[in-house]
Design a protein around this ligand. Structure first.
Ligand code: NAG
Ligand code: NAG
Length: 261
């Protein structure tokens, strides 16, 4: 009965809006229920909000996906939404890139920095068999997966990568993977369809113990010292993007499966 009333109320609101009699403001309820937001269950509602919190960095450091969100993260990653969110971010990236180059912002050496995992490459096949982030990160099993070197490309990133190369960008890959994983990483990038990157930068022994923010910031500073103008940076973690120097524009790709500080 309550549901029917809500539907009727919503229909009435639409009629009012269409008639233009008065502006219709959607009420924000104190205790949003799944039904009031048109979502079929409370977990889906909570987990959608949790995911937004993760993407906006409101969530801060976290170690595992909340237990009630396992199914939701899986559905997101396997469904159209992840592909769509990634593709829209890639389209925004390309629009900025073309405009920035056209206005001469890139100088002689315009560069674009890409992270690798969950940015150029998708580890979804690994996470599909290890709980979609419900379990804590297992370095042993993840490293074994890296050595297999068969992670597919994130399709929208491969497209953007090729488009940026076509525009004349220097493409620099900056990953938290270890220098010991260089061969496997190169093999995997080629397997996934990536070619002709300018540099692939991995963590050296001297980088062990640094946060991703510190390590990646230091490497971006080195790029600038070499004369690159970093117009864009694409990564699935805020730690790929923040810290000085930053790119002119940073593009955050979705990742509800894990957090790296
Ligand atoms: C991590 O993965 C390895 C290899 O698959 C496995 O032997 C080990 O038990 C895992 N560790 C944890 C804490 O799950
Ligand atoms: C990487 O591959 C090169 C040859 O392409 C080889 O000489 C080197 O030993 C390999 N490194 C590792 C860590 O496997």
């Amino acid at each position: 009965m309550r549901r029917i009333l809500l539907v009727l109320a919503a229909a009435a609101a639409v009629v009012v809006a269409v008639a233009g009699a008065e502006p219709v403001l959607r009420q924000v309820t104190d205790v949003p229920t799944a039904v009031s937001w048109g979502v079929s269950d409370a977990d889906a509602l909570f987990c959608d909000s949790w995911r937004l919190s993760v993407e906006t960095a409101n969530a801060g450091p976290w170690r595992t996906v909340p237990a009630r969100c396992g199914a939701s993260v899986r559905a997101y990653m396997e469904g159209e939404r992840y592909a769509s969110d990634s593709a829209v971010a890639a389209a925004e990236s390309l629009a900025f890139a073309a405009q920035a180059l056209a206005s001469g912002e890139g100088g002689a050496m315009p560069a674009w920095v890409f992270d690798v995992d969950e940015t150029l490459l998708s580890n979804a096949p690994y996470y599909a068999v290890s709980g979609w982030g419900l379990q804590e990160f297992n370095e042993t099993s993840f490293d074994a997966w890296v050595d297999v070197a068969k992670a597919p490309a994130l399709p929208s990133s491969l497209k953007l990568y090729n488009e940026l190369q076509g525009l004349g960008f220097h493409i620099i890959l900056l990953t938290g993977r270890s220098e010991l994983q260089r061969n496997a990483t190169e093999d995997n990038l080629l397997f996934a369809g990536y070619n002709s990157w300018e540099k692939l930068i991995l963590r050296r022994i001297s980088d062990i113990g640094k946060t991703a923010v510190q390590y990646k910031s230091e490497r971006r500073a080195a790029m600038e010292a070499e004369g690159f103008k970093i117009l864009g940076n694409s990564g699935d973690q805020w730690s790929d993007l923040i810290g000085l120097p930053m790119a002119t524009r940073s593009f955050k790709l979705p990742n509800p499966m894990y957090f790296i500080s």
